[in-house]
Design a protein around this ligand. Structure first.
Ligand code: TTP
Length: 404
């Protein structure tokens, strides 16, 4: 079935990681987030992909080219983020008007068997069961399991199924995309869904597994999911004096030197170097050309391309942007003394990450001086610097709304 993937989002909640790249291009294990969405769609039965791009669109275009997994790929540009219905409208020129179509959010992970069920029938909406659905769009279903509609952030949720941003629309819905602006000033795909529910039987397909990747700690969760799916492969140069346990991938051109212990799942990408005498464990990606040096421990973290943690450091449950450089002895805190979930600033508010262990989110190019210490939940802005011996207790990212 022809498939539209929405990838024009700005990803403001992911700041500063999205200052220089669109959210769908954030790294999840061995490929960008949106590539996982695209590959799941292809495995589930997508016959063509139209990627709706906008912010930093060039990155997405050059990654995909014109074909993926034997399926043609096209791009549609949404100049301004006016909402998800507007994004699909931008893609309509590349859709066959006689055929039904699938719409997927390009910043979510889907499990393939559930997605295959979504693809395998008529109109449908994907959903996911949560304990407290009150802050989501919640599906209202009838006794036969068909969906009557989606209610946004209800006080008394009609079900525990939240809208997973995955839809099969009938061909006719291509003529229904000109919806009115919603209260929050967007053209919403859920309004198109509401009309589809009025005129068609819409299946509710409950996904076994699903993850919306909107906030920085969800990037860690996404990596946890996808690193678990890797299989051990050693194509790089690994010292005989290194100890590799669990699932470990060392890509071609990567080096693991003597005295290193790696407890997988860990992915060491092309050109990266680990050691000597380093400890890397638990769902970690050492990105392309990144460096983990002597007496460094890295746990459950993502080091993006070229990030360097050279000497005597600890990095836990953190994301280090491209070309981040840690001065010797820089340490990251990832646990509160009271054991409460670590909180992080998000669009001007302190919110719980829900994680007892959560470190720092550092924009591209951050540099720390020797013996810097970074408190749990702190974000540092792109190209930010930390003085030698400085202790960063509070967030330093400016979350002011965009003016464009
Ligand atoms: P959101 O997660 O609501 O938006 P976002 O990705 O920009 O993130 P943030 O709120 O942090 O700024 O978007 C849901 C999906 O729809 C996501 O895949 C991006 C996509 N999208 C578009 O392609 N165009 C749009 O106009 C909007 C609003 C979203």
């Amino acid at each position: 079935m022809q498939t539209v993937i929405l990838a024009a989002g700005r990803g403001t909640r992911m700041r500063p990681l999205t200052d220089r790249r669109p959210k769908p291009m954030l790294p999840v294990a061995d490929k960008p987030l949106v590539a996982h969405t695209a590959d799941a769609a292809i495995d589930a039965g997508a016959s063509s992909l139209t990627l709706v791009v906008g912010y930093e669109a060039g990155d997405v275009r050059s990654y995909f080219g014109t074909e993926r997994g034997g399926v043609p790929v096209e791009f549609a540009v949404q100049e301004k983020q006016r909402g998800t219905a507007d994004a699909v409208r931008a893609a309509s020129a590349s859709l066959d008007p006689e055929e039904p179509f699938v719409v997927l959010n390009g910043d979510a992970l889907y499990d393939v068997p559930s997605l295959t069920t979504l693809y395998g029938g008529g109109a449908a909406v994907g959903s996911y069961r949560v304990d407290d659905p009150r802050s989501y769009g919640v599906l209202e279903t009838d006794d036969d399991g068909f969906v009557n509609g989606v209610i946004e952030k209800p006080e008394n949720p009609p079900s525990d199924l939240i809208n997973a941003g995955a839809y099969v629309f009938p061909a006719e819905a291509q003529t229904w995309l000109n919806v009115a602006e919603s209260d929050r000033g967007e053209l919403e795909l859920t309004d198109v869904l509401a009309r589809t529910c009025d005129e068609y039987d819409v299946r509710g397909v409950a996904f076994d597994r699903w993850l919306d990747v909107g906030r920085p700690w969800e990037l860690l969760e996404a990596n946890e999911w996808k690193l678990d799916e890797l299989e051990t492969r050693i194509d790089g140069d690994v010292s005989e004096q290194a100890e590799l346990n669990g699932t470990v991938v060392v890509e071609e051109g990567a080096t693991v030197r003597s005295g290193v212990v790696i407890d997988g799942p860990v992915l060491v990408r092309r050109g990266a170097s680990v050691g000597p005498n380093a400890y890397v464990r638990g769902h970690t990606v050492v990105g392309e050309d990144a460096k983990v040096g002597h007496a460094v421990e890295v746990k459950n973290s993502v080091l993006m391309e070229g990030a360097t943690v050279g000497h005597l450091s600890y990095v836990g449950d953190s994301v280090l942007g491209r070309d981040v450089n840690f001065g010797a002895g820089t340490k990251v805190a990832n646990l509160r003394h009271d054991g409460e979930p670590v909180r992080q600033m998000l669009k001007g508010e302190l919110v719980s990450s829900g994680r007892r262990k959560y470190g720092v989110i550092l924009g591209d190019g951050v540099k720390t001086g020797i013996n810097a210490s970074l408190n749990a939940g702190v974000r540092l802005p792109t190209d930010g610097t930390v003085k030698p011996g400085e202790s960063i207790l509070y967030d330093r990212v400016d979350d002011a709304p965009d003016t464009d």
